[in-house]
Design a protein around this ligand. Sequence first.
Ligand SMILES: C[S@@+](CC[C@H](N)C(=O)[O-])C[C@H]1O[C@@H](n2cnc3c(N)ncnc32)[C@H](O)[C@@H]1O
Length: 213
Amino acid sequence: MRREGRITAGQQRALDQQVPLLGVSLADGKLDFRLLFGDENPVVCEIGFGNGQSLADMAEAAPDSNFLGIEVYQPGVGSLLVQVQQRALNNIRVSLDDAVMVFEQQLSLGSLSRVQIFFPDPWQKKRHIKRRLINRGFLDTLSRVLTSKGELHIATDWEPYADEVLELLNTHSSFENTAKAYAARPNWRPLTKYEARGERLGHQVRDILFVRT
Ligand SMILES: C[S@@+](CC[C@H](N)C(=O)[O-])C[C@H]1O[C@@H](n2cnc3c(N)ncnc32)[C@H](O)[C@@H]1O
């Protein structure tokens, strides 16, 4: 599942230096966030953070929260870790494993204050729809790991995926919409790389913001 790709020397160096310090892997088993972060601050998890720009921005803007980023694309993790070093961020930890396995195997019940999934791979072709990350089974898993009143924030520029996720969440007994349908874009959500590309192509972005009941 790990995705390799063209990686810069700086990204590779950051991976080599920082993964032993800030990385978690499935072999670590259940994660104890107090031990992992060294404090009891609330933990936000971002799945598929891409190049990590938006995650680093959010972590820098919220020093009283902790951030667990999960991304299978190694150059992206390297890029995040370069920013962690440059900005001396101490509230970010990373996993390079498949988020579904991390959630199922490593995260405890009611342990996350927010899950954010910004621009999940849309898998537009009909025969690929089953590969989409967000489905009923994964929402069940997310509902177990989120704390009561914890937030689930999804953004996508692929309308059919947005409509499908909205419907799945509207009919899920453990989630409540914070908006009537789609949410206004919160001003604290930074523009992501993928989003900027979509904007250039004229795509409309939809934010979906639910809370765990
Ligand atoms: C379309 S990109 C969006 C990246 C970034 N959030 C942005 O908006 O620029 C989706 C990202 O999710 C990652 N991804 C997809 N499935 C994943 C999974 N099961 N676990 C962890 N990361 C995943 C991909 O590697 C990719 O970087």
